[in-house]
Design a protein around this ligand. Structure first.
Ligand code: PLP
Length: 445
């Protein structure tokens, strides 16, 4: 059938108002998560409530693993603790074969407590205390050196402990993206990374095992990873030529985009962001074309965080009140605010009613419960009017919200995981006053 001619139109873009592709003229609802009714979850565990799907965690991991392992023979993921360090979440990834990637003494302790062997922990970050370094050296963990001061700390500790620390350096570089992250690690382009590698090799006190780069987060193109992989491969080959020393692994960090949509983006993230296959193609292509000896191929490590866990997380909330703003616009107050959904500062989170609603949609603003002007979940969304007490489900919130959450004004709520058999487990219980009293003192005088 001949398609009807549609006149091209130019519409001014306003944040939150969908364009002609994304116009929501019907409303989808989410009334269950992995077969468990939202209503039932709220009844049992209260609102607000975080819900994590173990099924989705495992599916995402398998997808990532497949995309890389079919293209490159030696592949090892390491779970980025700061993206979501609830033990139950970490343990799902560890059970799939993931190592741990940590960026503080606290996260290091968590990984050890989770049973991760020392030689499967990658220790990143610009702030590693001496006592943390000592633990990492004794456990044979991989220390990714961030700056020269840390390099010298490690040389001193190697002497003191009479041990050979296993180290890598973090490298930053121009990969064609803006802004360039240059505050972490040693710069490739100005020769600083090469200088650091020389210092390590000449010191003779450490085992140089890897090269690391984490070029950014929510990278909407795969090409910068190709550049990063090429530059790290180049360094590895120079180390081989100069010192006849082989690098065990090349670690390209995290940063793959999830399917969330950034504020002001024209199209939804799930339509525009690269797939695992596209990232994998760019990275592995660069590595297999780098001219490594086949017997000496470095392992490819990834520290993918956001793209693995975002889709598995939901937060259920309840409409606390409806009101009209001074300009007549409708607003809705939820019991979920930026304290629980830190990522609403940069994402247009997808909010869904949890039950059938009327068909009419209105432009509304969704606020959280905090007594703070910036507590906005969506500044403008087409949404059906809901009643007080109705539930909503916010999707794709598994990354960073359960680590960057604020204990501000209210307690943090229950976190429930739905396992692969559809059974629920409280994996972090709702806070109460006793949790705070345990840490506080009043002065006597
Ligand atoms: C935060 C971080 C990650 C994870 O990044 P995502 O964007 O969540 O994938 C990986 N490696 C390092 C060094 C990090 O700091």
């Amino acid at each position: 059938m001949k398609k009807v001619y549609e006149k091209p139109v130019i519409i001014r873009m306003t944040e939150g108002i969908p364009n002609k592709f994304g116009k929501r003229d019907h409303i989808t609802i989410i009334d269950e998560i992995d077969g468990v009714k939202v209503e039932e979850l709220v009844e049992k565990y209260g609102s607000p409530l975080y819900v994590i799907s173990e099924k989705t965690l495992r599916e995402k991991y398998k997808k990532l693993h497949k995309a890389f392992s079919v293209r490159y023979p030696k592949f090892q993921p390491a779970w980025s603790y700061k993206t979501n360090y609830l033990d139950a979440v970490c343990n799902v990834f560890h059970s799939e074969g993931s190592w741990a990637e940590v960026v503080s003494g606290f996260e290091y302790e968590k990984a050890i407590e989770n049973g991760v062997p020392g030689d499967k922990i990658i220790f990143n970050g610009p702030y590693k205390l001496k006592e943390d370094l000592v633990k990492a050296i004794k456990n044979g963990s991989f220390i990714h050196i961030d700056h020269f001061d840390e390099l010298y700390d490690i040389i001193l500790l190697a002497d003191e402990l009479k041990l050979r620390p296993k180290v890598a350096i973090r490298v930053n570089m121009d990969t064609g993206i803006f802004p360039q992250w240059d505050r972490f690690g040693f710069n490739y382009d100005n020769g600083e990374a090469w200088k650091a590698l020389n210092k390590i090799m000449v010191s003779g006190k450490m085992d140089l095992v890897g090269l690391h780069a984490h070029i950014g987060t929510y990278m909407m193109s795969a090409e910068p990873y190709r550049v990063a992989a090429q530059k790290l491969a180049d360094l590895a080959k120079r180390v081989k030529e100069t010192f006849n020393h082989s690098i065990d692994y090349i670690d390209l960090g995290g940063g793959f985009a999830s399917d969330n949509t950034l504020k002001g983006a024209y199209l939804p993230g799930k339509d525009t962001n690269p797939s695992f296959d596209e990232y994998a193609e760019a990275i592995t292509d660069a590595l297999i074309s780098a001219g490594f000896d086949l017997n000496d191929l470095p392992t490819l490590i990834l520290e993918t965080g956001r793209a693995l866990v975002d889709d598995a997380g939901y937060i259920i909330g309840t409409v606390w009140a409806n009101k009209r703003l001074a300009d007549g616009r409708r607003a809705m107050i939820l019991d979920v605010g930026v304290n629980l959904l830190f990522t609403s500062f940069w994402y247009e989170h997808e909010v869904y009613p949890a039950a059938e609603t009327g068909k009419a949609l209105e432009d509304i603003t969704i606020y959280g419960p905090l007594c703070m002007n910036i507590d906005v979940i969506r500044s403008n969304i087409k949404f059906p009017p809901l009643n007080r007490g109705d539930n909503v489900v916010i999707k794709r919130i598994g990354a960073y919200n359960m680590t960057q959450w604020l204990q501000f004004i209210t307690y943090r709520p229950n976190v429930v995981m739905i396992d692969t058999e559809g059974k629920e487990h409280i994996i972090r219980k709702k806070e109460d006053l006793s949790a705070f009293k345990a840490f506080e003192n009043v002065t006597d005088d």
